[in-house]
Design a binder for this molecule. Sequence first.
Ligand code: GLY
Length: 416
Amino acid sequence: MRFLVIGSGGREHALAWRLMTDGSAREVFVAPGNGGIDDAFRADIEVNDFRGIEKFCSDRKIDMVVVGPEAPLVDGLVDYLAEKNIPAFGPCAGAAMLEGSKLFAKSIMEKYGVPTGSHADFTSKDGLINHVRSLKNYPIVIKLDGLAAGKGVAIPGNLAEAMAFIEENVKDGGRVFVEEFLDGEEASVLGISDGETVLPFVAAQDHKRVFDGDRGPNTGGMGAYAPAPVVTAALLEKVCAAVLQPTVDGMKKEGVPFKGILYAGLIIKGDSIRVLEYNARFGDPETQVILPLLDGRLGDYFQASVNGGLKGMSLRFRDEHAITVVMASGGYPGNYAKGMEITGLDKMDNDVIVFHAGTKRQGDRLVTAGGRVLNVTAAGKTLAEAREKVYGRIGKIFFDGCFYRRDIAHRALDRA
Ligand code: GLY
């Protein structure tokens, strides 16, 4: 089969790598891709250029499009391609609202009994401010409805911080909600669905804060590992029964069946699980640690999701552990320079995979082109072995200003 993967991050490089190496694909193209994708397989088409994507599919006889990021899903790329008879893996725009509107997601969770925190929603800024002033227990969670590229959530520790966030980010008439703060350990459980059946992937844990010890501002994710032991086998069953399946069943009842990747961002305390948020796509960087552990052909699952054939299938995983560490540009997640030459990738051993994110080719040189630049990834029989492989090699890669967290997987390793 010929696949076209849409997106430009480490997640999309990992998807292309997996489809190409597990026998799913004859050819995999990526649009717009990054410096990790051979130029012959990179299409200079932006993710919102639906006509350009359609034309590329017809010119190159693409059998299936795989949509990585949330924005084109919410904007209806899968619906658009379906109208042109081009199969695309991912939810339709209506189903992607599980990520596109946090309030829609809350309404589905509440209607179908999915465990989550309590909330109050507002369109009036004054109403929001009055509510926040009445709260006694901090921290609280304030969420803007709609996609906000990871910047739509604040966890103010006191009233002054809450007011500062509201003044800077909330417009009168905009939809906002205040949610109970949920204490516990976060984990991501992703499931693949065909609109009826949903199969869980191995659980992963992301590291959202920029600095070691989970300090500093939130980022898109500085590293991840899988499996995440906080999600025991019993908890994974519970996530399927209490979160993934009721959500898929609920979306079907609502008349917008969810096909694609349903990502449940969870908070776990003891045996209790609650959903913080849904995403309607693969996680980044979770994908970079989940896919190396998968047995079987990823493309078969994508086809079954699109065509409604997941019933009777199961996802199987190698009895190994994987870890990915993000190398980032100095200053990220704030301002950072681009165009720094990247060296040392030729010094990696075969047991380490480097997925590219913010990179591009400039003649013979590879240079930085984003905040999260590379995902240095390895698998091993134990998490400690996988970690050793990554941290033993990552120092050989260099670009001006590069930095990375040195404690990825600390929670699992501390537990052992
Ligand atoms: N790792 C978080 C996300 O993909 O949204």
